[in-house]
Design a binder for this molecule. Structure first.
Ligand SMILES: [Zn+2]
Ligand SMILES: [Zn+2]
Ligand SMILES: [Zn+2]
Length: 219
């Protein structure tokens, strides 16, 4: 099986903070400056092609590589040639019945934890069909990235007039509708509404038949 685990960080192009990337999403959201950066299918193709080339031509099973500061903004990628394993107990997952075109969960045979299968986003699949699917990756659209983690709003009290305000987490500066004060949401509250992404390991699985047709020297 041609597969690899991936851990990836990029530099936010706006503020230079580190952004953790947990899957082949279209957008990366910077928690430091709250700006979004688009990650084009071509960015993913170049990166995941280089990973594939290493997996096929250099690495032994279990071996890993770290590349730093390559390209315009990616900061660090570590990948290991390994079969996808359970995020809870690290047991290798049985993937023979996976339908690569459908989002689904595979239960770990040892601990029963769900492990997520994600199909390749269509724009990426079109330009790089040798990717089969992803395991335990976050594939977020821009809308999902911006969606606050708490739905329905949170009530706060205006520090000046004591009026009660319902905030939805889309803006950090909230106008009090009673006294007109601009209320700046505290770090604690803001982080509850927008949890910082923690780094997690995700996997790419390549389509063996298509990979065999690639000639890595003349690509
Ligand atoms: Zn930033
Ligand atoms: Zn498990
Ligand atoms: Zn007020």
């Amino acid at each position: 099986m041609y597969s690899a685990s991936i851990q990836l960080n990029i530099n936010c192009p706006k503020c230079e903070s580190i952004i953790v990337i947990n899957g082949p999403s279209d957008y990366a959201h910077c928690n430091a400056c709250q700006k979004d950066t688009s990650l084009k299918p071509a960015f993913w193709k170049d990166l995941l092609y280089d990973v594939l080339e290493s997996v096929v031509t250099d690495l032994k099973v279990g071996e890993d590589v770290t590349w730093t500061s390559l390209g315009r903004f990616y900061r660090k990628i570590t990948f290991t040639k390994v079969q996808p394993f359970c995020h809870e107990c690290r047991k290798t997952l049985a993937l023979s019945k996976v339908n690569p075109k459908k989002e689904s969960n595979i239960k770990c045979s040892k601990c029963g934890a769900d492990n997520k299968i994600s199909p390749v986003p269509p724009p990426l699949k079109r330009i790089f069909p040798a990717i089969d699917y992803f395991v335990n990756a976050q594939v977020l659209s821009k809308e999902e990235l911006l969606e606050p983690a708490i739905s329905g709003g949170v009530g706060i009290t205006c520090p000046k007039c004591g009026g009660s305000l319902i905030i939805d987490g889309t803006e950090r500066l909230v106008l009090c509708e009673y006294c007109g004060l601009n209320v700046y949401l505290s770090d604690d509250l803001w982080l509850r509404l927008h949890p910082v992404l923690v780094k997690s390991e995700w996997f790419i699985v390549y389509d063996e038949k298509r990979v065999k047709k690639i000639n890595f020297d003349v690509y």
